[in-house]
Design a protein around this ligand. Sequence first.
Ligand code: GDP
Length: 297
Amino acid sequence: KKIKEGLKKTRDAVVGQIDSMLKSFTKIDDELFEELEELLVMGDVGVPTAEKICKELRERVKKEGIKDPSEITSLLKEIIADMLRGGEELDLATSPSIILVIGVNGVGKTTTIGKLANALSKEGKKVILAAADTFRAAAIEQLEIWADRSKCEIIKQKEGSDPAAVIYDAISAAKARQADVIICDTAGRLHNKKHLMDELSKINRVIDRELPDASKEKLLVLDATTGQNAVNQAEQFREATGITGIVLTKLDGTAKGGVVLAIKDGLGIPVKYIGVGEQIDDLQPFNPDAFADALFS
Ligand code: GDP
């Protein structure tokens, strides 16, 4: 239900327009596919992915002998769900496992960490938070509030300290207390790519050395309301440090839900979680079928 509410804006704007466009056609022809492709591009799906969807749709229409434009919607839903499937599950096989959370300020990184810590704690996992965004005192304070709320331990040092040292401490604490998951906040300063890269590679070296066999996730948090800008950020971070998955936040506040497709199909990076509100339980594991259903229902 939450995901339906969360996708309301995208559904009303993008899918609503597709629906009324389809109603204006009495038969399926080239013009219909062209208009559909245009609406998909306007819906932040990205040009290559919009083309791919329409190509697939043409083939399916031909193969299945479909004549009625009203049947396009359900095909579209299937194609989109298929496209979104794969890689959405978080790998937390080992205890401890470690999740590095990266992303520029304001995208919802701290909130996401808090929600994730809460969800994993509820599953019975022992979670430790590492306050490795040492650049801003406010970031450490914010994370403490979330640690309180989700009742998990937080490892921190003072503002300005070495992020890799904070993560080292968190790993030691996790080993000593048999924690299941370490979630690490990091500073997000994309304007200084060299610095960010150096900082993240130092962190990664510590993690690889201290937890050579652990399950590791590098989650990039992106703000869906920024549309194409979010897609660009994903490309830049991937170049700078490599990422295992995306958390796409603020889907509830935007009609740009199509960026999920631009990221998953266009960039080939799996979306693992979506944010559909500001409350503690508004972070959801990404479910491709539920997502496609919510778009078209
Ligand atoms: P950070 O600077 O990246 O750590 O960002 P914060 O976690 O402080 O979040 C910035 C703002 O975005 C806060 O007001 C959050 O409540 C809000 N926010 C985060 N995720 C979501 C979401 O999924 N939906 C909505 N509507 N707001 C969100």
